[in-house]
Write a protein that binds this ligand. Sequence first.
Ligand code: 7TS
Length: 414
Amino acid sequence: MATTESDVLDVERIREDFPILDREFGGEQLVYLDNAATSQTPDQVVDTIADYYRHTNANVHRGLHQLSQEASIAYEDAHDRVADFIGAEGREEIVFTKNTTESMNTVAYAWGLAELGPGDEIVLTEMEHHAALVTWQQIAKKTGAEVKFVPVDDEGYLDMDAAREMITDDTEMVSVVHVSNTLGTINPVSELADIAHDHDALCFVDGAQSVPHMPVDVQDIDADFFAFSGHKMCGPTGIGVLYGKEHLLEEMQPYLYGGMMISKVTFEDSTWHELPWKFEAGTPVIAQGIALAEACDYLDDIGMENVRAHGEHLAEYAHDRLTETFDDIRILGPPADDRSALVSFNLGTVHAHDTSEILNEFAVAVRAGDHCTQPLHDKLGIAASARASFYIYNTTAEVDKLVEALEATEELFA
Ligand code: 7TS
C-alpha cells in the first residue's frame, strides 16, 4: 500500500508558485482536487501573460514595426516549444486552437467532412469524452459514416480483442482518449494506432489528460492527430493544441477561413498560407500561446517523469485510503497501482452532487457529475460520480483531508 509522501517532487517549493492554494473558505484552507477540469496556473505563467501585455502586445504577422515583429517571433517560437514538448518534428505540425474540443472539431470538419461517406466507419471507445464522441457522432450523421465503440470492461480497460475485430478495412478513423478523465485508465494508444494503420485508417489521440501528466512523444505513439488543452497543464485558458502529421495537414483544407490563413486572395479565389498558419484564421491566441510555452518550460523544469510519478502516487494513495476507510464505496476504473492521477467514486447511495457540496463545506474542491462522459456513466449504471483529481502541488495530507470530509459526509447521510 502506498502510504509515504512521494519524494520525487519538492511539493512545498512548488506550492509557493501557486498563491491561489493559500485561499481559505470558511476558515479552511483550499484543497484543490479538480485538476482534471483545470489545473492552477503558476506565477511564472501568470507573469508571462502580464509581461506580454505590458511590454510586447501587438498583432502578429502583420506590422513591420518592432513590437509586431517581437510578438510574431515569440508567438512562432511558442509553436516550436510546444512541438518539442510532445516530440513533434516542428512548428508546421502544431496548430494553436482554443482547446482540445476545437482541435477535435478542426479535424472532424476539415478532414472528416471531406473524406468520410456511407460505408466508412469511425471507431471510438466507450470512454471517450464528449469532445470526441459528440463531434464524430455529428460528422457521421452529416456524412453517412457509422460510429462504433470499443467496449470498456468491468475493470475500466478497453477490450483490445474487440478493438482488433472492430477496426477493419472499412475503418477510416480511430479516435481514442489517451487517459480517461473519468476512469483514470491509461490506454494503449500506440497499439491502437498500429492496428489503425494496418487497415490504412488514421488515429486521433485525445491527450487532454495525458500531456499534463506524463511524458508524451507523438512520434513514438505514431498518432496521426493529437490534441490537448493548455489550461490542464499549468497554462492559461483559451489555448489548445492540434498536432497533425505534416503531410496530412498539408493535404487538408482549412476549417476556418479569413485573415492570416491566406497566401493570395482575388475576388474569384484564394490560396492558403503555409503550415501551421493555414489553420489559424484571424488574430490568433498570441498571449495564450506564449504563456503555454512558458508552462512547457515550467513542467520540464520539474520533469515530466516526476510529474507522472507524483500524480500516480497520489491516485494510488487516495484509492487505498478510500477502500480501507469506507465499506460502501464504488471506485470507477482500474486498480490503484495502474491509473493516472485521478479517482472517481460514489459513496454508498449519496448522490455525487451532495458529496461535492459537503466536501465544499470543508473547502475540498472536487468535481461531481458525468464529467462529459454520459454514455460511459449510463453503461456503468450511474447518473454521476464524484472525482478527485491531482496535480504537482497536491499532497497526501490533502488526500487525508478528503477522506475526513467524506467520513463526515457518510455520517450525515447515515
Ligand atoms: N478530452 C478529455 C479527455 C478531457 O478530459 C477534456 C476536458 C476534453 C477532452 C475537453 O477539453 P476542453 O479543454 O476542450 O474543454 N475534461 C474536463 C473534465 O474532465 N472536467 O472538466 C473538463
